[in-house]
Design a protein around this ligand. Structure first.
Ligand SMILES: C[S@@+](CC[C@H](N)C(=O)[O-])C[C@H]1O[C@@H](n2cnc3c(N)ncnc32)[C@H](O)[C@@H]1O
Length: 179
């Protein structure tokens, strides 16, 4: 990697999960742009801007590549394969979210997320350990969303999102329309 490219790459901290493929970079790229546009668009409106990452991961990931370990120029730098995950993107987005909730069931990911929050200095980010489908029942209570607008990111492994969870999220939207 050239020194210019290395300087542009965000600093990755914490535990690295292994999943996904090149498409994961498209996903995090779209999410990062969406979060920044969302916060910019709502910056001067009287709403609390909330981000919920329901399957938050650890904050960093890599996917398996077929790239050879040894190259003509020596051992390949595998740190290039590590990428910023959704949680780390959310903590760094500018303008910032007012409130961030990370939901995660894996204990070591929870610890990694807590460390990320501490290092980020975000004043109102927290990790809720548990099953996202259950924790969202509480977080998506429409009464809590009268003065909130938010981004809820659902990124499970496989089919981890229950239908009733999608109904819950939809109910927030109808509460907003009826208020
Ligand atoms: C695909 S990864 C998330 C990746 C993350 N969005 C990122 O960009 O780095 C899915 C995560 O959901 C967690 N998970 C799986 N089922 C869950 C559940 N029912 N409730 C909460 N977390 C869950 C897994 O431990 C895993 O960390």
């Amino acid at each position: 990697m050239s020194s210019r490219k290395a300087a542009n790459k965000p600093k990755i901290i914490g535990k690295v999960q292994v999943f996904g493929g090149p498409w994961s970079l498209i996903k995090t790229g779209v999410l990062g742009n969406y979060m920044a546009f969302f916060n910019k668009a709502l910056k001067n409106l009287p709403f609390e801007r909330v981000y919920i990452d329901a399957f938050a991961g650890s904050g960093a990931f890599r996917y398996i590549t077929n790239a050879p370990k040894f190259t003509l120029f020596g051992v390949r730098d595998e740190s290039q394969d590590i990428h910023v995950g959704s949680a780390q993107l959310a903590l760094g987005v500018k303008p910032a979210f007012d409130q961030i909730f990370f939901i995660e069931k894996n204990r070591s990911n929870v610890k990694a997320l807590q460390e990320l929050i501490a290092k980020s200095g975000h004043p109102a980010a927290e990790v809720v350990r548990g099953n996202a489908n259950e924790v969202l029942q509480e977080l998506c209570d429409p009464r809590k969303w009268r003065r909130r607008r938010g981004v809820i990111f659902l990124d499970p492994f496989g089919m981890g999102v229950e239908w009733r969870t999608l109904e819950l999220i939809a109910r927030i939207n109808s509460a907003e329309q009826s208020s």
